[in-house]
Design a protein. Structure first.
Length: 182
C-alpha cells in the first residue's frame, strides 16, 4: 500500500513538473489566424526566426500560439535577455529636423508604414526598408510583394524618386582630410 501511494505521489509530481515545463510547446505551433471576420491585432512566436511577430487574428479558432502583446509573447517564448520589445512600440519621428525616410510596424493592420524620421530621439521601431520591417515584425508570407507596392507609394508621396538614394556618410568631414581619402 505504501509503495502504491509513494509511486502515485512521484507520478503526480512528475506530471505537474512536466505540465509546467511544457508550456513552451504552445510557442512551437504554427500561426493560426482562425476563421471568423473580426480583426484583432495579435502576436505569435515564429519558430523559424525565433522571434515574436504580429498578425491579425480573426476572433475564433486558431491555437494557443497567440498572445495579446509582443511582451507577453516574448515572456512566454523567448529568453528575456535575447529579445527586446520593438514591433509594438509607437513610432517616433524624433525631435530633430532631419529627413530620413524610414519604416515602422503597425500591429493594428499587420503592415509596415513609411514615415520621415527626424534623426534623433526615435526608438527601435524604425527600419531602413519595408522588407527589414516586415521580416522582423510581420508573419506575412507575401512581404516582398506588399513592400514593393508600399515602397513605391511612399517614395511617390514624399517625392523621393524611383530608387533609394545612398545614405550620406556619418562622418563627412573625414573625406575632406587628404591622407584619409582612398
Amino acid at each position: 500500500m505504501r509503495a502504491k501511494a509513494f509511486l502515485g505521489a512521484v507520478a503526480l509530481y512528475f506530471l505537474v513538473a512536466q505540465a509546467t515545463s511544457l508550456k513552451w510547446l504552445r510557442c512551437w505551433k504554427r500561426k493560426a489566424v482562425g476563421h471568423c471576420e473580426t480583426k484583432i491585432p495579435s502576436w505569435y512566436y515564429d519558430f523559424w526566426t525565433l522571434s515574436c511577430k504580429g498578425f491579425i487574428y480573426s476572433g475564433c479558432g486558431g491555437n494557443s500560439n497567440r498572445f495579446t502583446s509582443e511582451q507577453e509573447c516574448q515572456k512566454a517564448c523567448t529568453r528575456r535577455s535575447r529579445q527586446k520589445e520593438v514591433c509594438s512600440l509607437k513610432p517616433k519621428t524624433g525631435n530633430c529636423t532631419g529627413f530620413s525616410p524610414s519604416w515602422y510596424y503597425d500591429p493594428g493592420v499587420d503592415l509596415c508604414r513609411g514615415f520621415i524620421y527626424g534623426g534623433c530621439y526615435g526608438n527601435a521601431n524604425r527600419f531602413d526598408s519595408c522588407m527589414k520591417c516586415m521580416k522582423r515584425c510581420s508573419g506575412k508570407k507575401n512581404a516582398e510583394k506588399i513592400c514593393k507596392k508600399r515602397t513605391a507609394a511612399f517614395r511617390k508621396r514624399y517625392n523621393l524618386g524611383l530608387q533609394p538614394q545612398p545614405k550620406p556618410s556619418k562622418w563627412p568631414f573625414i573625406l575632406s582630410i587628404p591622407f584619409l581619402k582612398n
